[in-house]
Design a protein around this ligand. Structure first.
Ligand code: NAP
Length: 493
């Protein structure tokens, strides 16, 4: 039953490359699976290096005319794309569930969130200003103006197949940049459906090109080695981000990197525990824990740790594990068998180090997908291995702390710095620790930080640059300074 719906959803999306406003077949294809059943949903065109370079040629040819469109025109197109996504919400939501696995209610949430980036950037497009002023010693004027960086390579992961794309595409379009998107091979169909919708609303050929491929390293190295490319924007793991940063040196590309996290979630002894548990469920179990801003480590004051853990376990036991289309499940499968094995291995290692595992529903109710039971790990030692890496699954390790300074030290003891969360009723503590937590985003008495109008991004090895907010469009703009000599033009001041 779920299989039919997943197959229908996949069939609604094109399975070919989208280059220069045309759909292209390729010699090779690759299979896209439903992680909830393990069945193949579609065979998708597999771009070669030549295909990707053709996409870059299209982006490079369209760059000048796209940059010359008025900001208002680009704003209107972004707004049309926002409206169109809302008209296609059922198709997008079903497709996201089919190829990525999250419960369809969550997929609908992702579609709304993803579309919101387009509305946000449509509002930003017409608000790019330069500056004008006298040079301090007089006689000339300093004029600054903004221009698009140029053709951009967008590389996205599978965990939010639509939102990770619109967060980049919206900013690129608003700034006047053309782009080549390389989506994750697990979830290419959502990007291709987006290209179809963009084509229908009249986005000019070459402005947005989509090249799914199984040869990510080869394709991106060729694109980044081509001087026509001027920017790379990547969302994914820190190791791949490091490689891309090294490669971006060759042609000194503008680089935006949204990388992995190891989010601490701090609960103080004065916290509203109901709110903290509610926030913990959102920060940990949304998207099955497969989120870069997921809470990865629960650090809880010793006086409230038993109460917090009991309440968390009670909520975790109520999670319903199953296929995203079953109408009841609140926790879907993980993306693939490799991720499933990795999460199971982390839990096993933590238990062998002394943690106590309490699991919720295990059986995927007759499905063969890549399910892992939601798990709370109690009594995790502060130096346990599981606290040092991104779990990317529905597992919540809980560790005790005694003082604010100890909590802060534990929270900051990671090379990552993406999201952090803290629960307290003490305003001084919230602001003081909020500012001292080494993270690009801090949720204060909130388990969700993502918001298109806010700057999303990390510090330390969690990345460079910001997406969304007023900062998002800046990543796609350059500043040009015009030194205007007034004396030569006949004016003395
Ligand atoms: P990943 O392995 O780094 O892959 C991300 C994307 O990069 C995929 O499209 C992948 O394609 C591609 N890729 C891999 N190697 C490449 C290379 N050498 N050159 C160019 N592209 C390459 O990450 P993932 O496992 O899919 O995603 C999970 C990670 O993303 C987590 O660490 C998570 O925290 C992070 N993430 C971060 C954010 C954020 O905003 N900070 C948001 C979401 C996810 P292939 O799969 O074909 O290799």
């Amino acid at each position: 039953m779920y299989q039919d719906r997943a197959l229908r959803a996949a069939a609604a999306a094109p399975a070919r490359l989208y280059v220069d406003g045309r759909w292209r077949d390729t010699e090779r294809t690759f299979a896209v699976e439903d992680p909830g059943t393990g069945t193949v949903l579609a065979e998708v065109a597999d771009a070669s290096v030549q295909d990707a370079l053709a996409a870059l040629s299209a982006a490079a040819s369209a760059q000048e005319s796209w940059a010359a469109t008025s900001p208002r025109e680009r704003a209107d197109l972004l707004r049309s794309l926002f409206d169109a996504i809302h008209q296609w919400v059922d198709e997008f939501a079903d497709l996201i569930t089919a190829e990525m696995g999250k419960p369809v209610a969550e997929s609908r949430g992702e579609v709304a969130y993803a579309a919101e980036f387009l509305r946000w950037f449509s509002e930003q497009a017409a608000h790019r200003h330069g500056s004008y002023g006298p040079a301090p010693r007089g006689g000339s004027r300093i004029v600054t103006t903004r221009r698009p960086v140029g053709p951009s390579l967008l590389i996205t992961p599978w965990n939010f197949p639509l939102a990770m794309v619109t967060r980049k595409l919206g900013a690129a379009m608003a700034a006047g940049c053309t782009s080549v998107l390389k989506p994750a091979p697990q979830t290419p169909l959502t990007s291709l459906l987006l290209a179809e919708v963009a084509e229908r609303i009249g986005l000019p050929a070459g402005v947005f090109n989509v090249v799914p491929t199984t040869r990510a390293a080869e394709v991106s190295a060729a694109l980044m080695g081509d001087p026509r490319l001027r920017k790379v924007s990547f969302t994914g793991s820190t190791p791949v981000g490091r490689t891309l940063l090294r490669q971006s040196g060759e042609h000194v590309l503008r680089s935006s990197l949204e990388l992995g996290g190891n989010g601490p979630f701090l609960v103080f002894d004065d916290a509203d525990l109901d709110a903290a548990v509610e926030g913990a469920m959102a920060a940990k179990f949304r998207n099955g824990g497969q989120s870069c801003v997921a809470a990865n480590r629960f650090l809880v004051h010793r006086d409230v740790i038993d109460d917090f853990t009991d309440r968390l376990v009670e909520r975790v036991r109520k999670l319903s594990v199953g296929h995203g289309f079953d109408g009841a499940s609140t926790l879907g499968p993980l993306i693939d068998s490799r991720q499933c094995a990795k999460v199971a291995g982390l839990v096993e290692a933590a238990v062998s180090e002394g943690a106590v595992a309490v699991t919720g529903e295990t059986a995927p109710r007759g499905e063969d997908g890549y399910f892992h039971p939601p798990t709370v790990l109690a009594d995790v030692a502060p130096d346990a291995a599981i606290l040092r890496q991104e779990i990317f699954g529905p597992v919540a390790p809980v560790t005790a702390f005694d003082t604010d300074e100890q909590a802060l030290r534990l929270a900051n003891s990671t090379e990552h710095g993406l999201a952090a969360y803290l629960y307290t009723r003490d305003l001084h503590r919230a602001v003081d620790l909020g500012e001292r937590l080494e993270a690009g985003m801090v949720g204060i008495n909130r388990g969700m930080v993502s918001e298109p109008a806010a700057p999303f991004g990390g510090i330390k090895e969690s990345g460079l640059g910001r997406e969304g907010g007023a900062e998002g469009i800046e990543e796609y703009l350059e500043t040009t300074y015009l030194a205007v000599d007034l004396a030569a033009a006949g004016a003395g001041r």
